[in-house]
Design a protein around this ligand. Sequence first.
Ligand SMILES: NC(=O)C1=CN([C@@H]2O[C@H](COP(=O)(O)OP(=O)(O)OC[C@H]3O[C@@H](n4cnc5c(N)ncnc54)[C@H](O)[C@@H]3O)[C@@H](O)[C@H]2O)C=CC1
Ligand SMILES: O=C(O)C(=O)Cc1ccc(O)cc1
Length: 300
Amino acid sequence: MAIGRVAIVGLGLIGSSVARAVKARLPGVAVAGYDASDAVRVEARALGFCDAVADGAAAAVADADLVVLAVPVGRMADAAAAIAPGLKADAIISDVGSSKAGVAAALAKALPDHAVIPAHPVAGTENSGPAAGFATLFDGRWCIVTPPAGAPQDAVTAVTSFWQALGARVETMDAAHHDMVLAVTSHLPHLIAYTIVGTASELEEVTESEVIKYSAGGFRDFTRIAASDPVMWRDVFLANKDAVLATLQRFNEDLTVLQQAIRRGDGARLEEWFTRTRAIRRSIIEQGQDDAAPDFGRKH
Ligand SMILES: NC(=O)C1=CN([C@@H]2O[C@H](COP(=O)(O)OP(=O)(O)OC[C@H]3O[C@@H](n4cnc5c(N)ncnc54)[C@H](O)[C@@H]3O)[C@@H](O)[C@H]2O)C=CC1
Ligand SMILES: O=C(O)C(=O)Cc1ccc(O)cc1
């Protein structure tokens, strides 16, 4: 199925990056956009990464072959309901949400007569809004496509080809499996960062120490993650509640093991643990998947 017109709903970091990447990589494809925020629509028009920015969701998706919903996961159902009256019968609907099972169910419910092929580009930064996006965001990064059972194969192929054209490597998996994997690799790390930065700032108030002023590199990395969008991450934790809570349970148990080793002076246990985690980091770098490249997230 050839995609000649794409509509993007939600023109923040990810929506605007998709639009920019389409313009850069698929120059023949027309891009229409819509955002619920008046200010974002004004900014998007000024930045010019869409061919047209509509004032309504249904108007934006008219004639689109592919619609990409790029709103917070808690807003996907509203966004799907708003585009429904404007969709072509054969339009494919996708999204970029960070959690998938709940979003897939909401989209299928709102758009029962359309091919809905959810996706998650595992690429982003701590920034948000239309000015934060950039065309190369998806280069060499994974995009996980989670087709529901019985999804039309031509629509799955179209979404896969779309993300590959934007530079991503595509993997297909079940939505529930996606949510378990991402709970470990993305959602829990964000929760830990939000926790540690909050704890450090409270400690600073209590002790009047200079925790933040003299923070070492590790803490600075956490502050970058903890600067991520509050609304987006509120929605991710509410949407992926079960997988996050299961992962958090395991994390708490492991933290208790380390706590015990420190209290007991069990240096061998600590060293063995840290040696294992160092090997994991090295194998990630060897596979060429080092997200901590020096300029990652600082391109704009
Ligand atoms: N920030 C990141 O690094 C990544 C985010 N994602 C996912 O991408 C989606 C978008 O996130 P960002 O672009 O980072 O957020 P953002 O905050 O930069 O942009 C979201 C935009 O959606 C708009 N919006 C909210 N409700 C709407 C509605 N009903 N209709 C139309 N527009 C609406 C907002 O006004 C805002 O401009 C989220 O689902 C998030 O989980 C996926 C990968 C990475
Ligand atoms: O900025 C970072 O380090 C990220 O982890 C970005 C990110 C945030 C959410 C996603 O669903 C995928 C990637």
